[in-house]
Design a protein around this ligand. Structure first.
Ligand code: PMP
Length: 397
């Protein structure tokens, strides 16, 4: 049975990590994989998470299943974090929530849920988008189409192109996948005015907005980063949201996230919860507990919550500072090409906007590792390597 199988192409980002580890150049820099790193280049456990884990170690008294939709308290608290505690869709009991294995698990559950509601529905994704969006949606049976998103010339969102395509080419019942904040890979986010315009279009055309929020708190702030999706939720009757705790709680390997479905009324919310639970039951049956229990412990305790918010603020500020410092360091190399867009973009990623050949030289000649699209993870920079990275970029331009 297996002889007809061909190997799946290696993930280019994960492949880059292998090459990085094998590189013996003492100046090597990893700007590839999308995890947050501190000044020492370490992806540390957040202090609030360590405290929560200590508490769990003492207080947890069972390893019985958590239930198909996970912990009710986690679901309630994460919905409040994402939507804002006072959002009318929560007050109106229009939201169904399930704890999922990471944001990826939420994306898959929601994609399968959509495929139950409308088999073979079309999902519009931006060009470019997070590479894994496409296989996740397709594996669930959905069709993919693309709208223009990032303009490589202006280094801004191609909002006119996006609107034109979504206006002309979508049909009622199509799904539009949007990044809540800190767009991966471009770092270019919609402004609030653009969210408003998109929400009006989505409503007028009867589209279903699908918002993936994986970096809440790493752009401008917990509330600021979710303002666009909250506005959208105010305006449209139905919407789905995949929320990840991987980055903002640093819980990557614990696989923690939530899938949220907003319906037009509370009766439909009960229905959608049961359908979502059906999808989960037939897939992995129940989510893992530990990461969600840690996140819930933090969110339910005012002191731990404040500690977590402060740590997240430090991370956010570090990324912002690195953005400005990289722009300055490139300028200091005498480069006239304008890189100031890096300062305007949000979250961990930006495209340098250089060619694949130039990326190749950065990797192979200078041991500065980044993806061939020229996406860099800003958090891989630090005070020891930033001048070296700027010098290397200058050398390949
Ligand atoms: N969405 C986007 C845009 C992402 O970048 C990521 C992680 N790279 C995810 C979702 C999923 O994250 P996780 O499954 O690790 O929570």
């Amino acid at each position: 049975m297996f002889e007809s199988l061909r190997a799946v192409p290696a993930d280019p980002i994960l492949n880059l990590s292998v090459l990085y580890r094998q590189d013996t150049n003492p100046n090597k820099v990893d700007l590839g994989v999308g995890v947050y790193k501190d000044e020492k280049g370490h992806t540390a456990i957040m202090e609030a998470v360590s405290r929560a884990q200590e508490r769990i170690l003492f207080e947890e008294n069972t390893k019985a299943y958590v239930g198909i939709a996970g912990s009710k308290q986690f679901c309630d608290l994460l919905a409040q974090v994402t939507l804002g505690a006072d959002h009318n869709v929560l007050a109106d009991k229009r939201v169904a929530v399930a704890q999922t294995p990471g944001g990826s698990g939420a994306l898959r559950v929601l994609a399968e849920f959509i495929n139950v509601a409308k088999p073979g529905a079309t999902v519009w994704v931006g060009n470019p988008t997070w590479a894994n969006h496409i296989p996740i949606m397709q594996s669930a049976g959905l069709k993919i189409k693309q709208f223009p998103y990032y303009d490589r010339a202006s280094k801004e969102v191609d909002f006119d192109g996006m609107l034109a395509t979504l206006t002309a080419d979508t049909q009622a019942g199509d799904v539009v996948l949007l990044h809540g904040c800190c767009h991966n890979p471009s770092g270019a986010d919609l402004t609030l005015e653009q969210w408003q315009t998109t929400a009006e279009l989505v409503k007028a055309k009867g589209l279903l907005p699908f918002v993936d929020i994986a970096y809440q708190g790493l752009g401008e702030g917990m509330d600021e980063d979710a303002a666009g999706l909250r506005l959208m939720a105010n305006l449209v009757p139905e919407m789905v949201i995949a929320s990840s705790c991987s980055k903002n709680f640093g819980l990557y390997r614990e696989r923690t996230g939530a899938a949220m479905i907003i319906s037009s009324n509370p009766e439909h919310a009960i229905l959608t919860q049961s359908q979502m639970n059906g999808v989960i039951r037939a897939n992995y049956s129940m989510p893992p507990s530990h990461g969600a229990l840690a996140a819930e412990t933090i969110l339910a305790d005012p002191k731990l919550k404040q500690m977590w918010r402060d740590e997240l603020k430090t991370m956010r500020k570090r990324i912002k500072d690195l953005r400005s410092q990289l722009v300055d360091a490139i300028k200091a190399e005498g480069i006239e090409q304008d890189f100031s867009f890096i300062e305007r973009q949000k979250g961990m990623f930006s495209f340098l906007g250089i060619s694949a050949e130039q990326v190749d030289q950065l990797v192979n000649k200078h041991s500065v590792y980044l993806v061939s699209s020229s996406r860099i993870n800003l958090a891989g920079l630090n005070q020891h390597n930033i001048a070296y990275v700027a010098k290397s970029i200058a050398a390949v331009l």
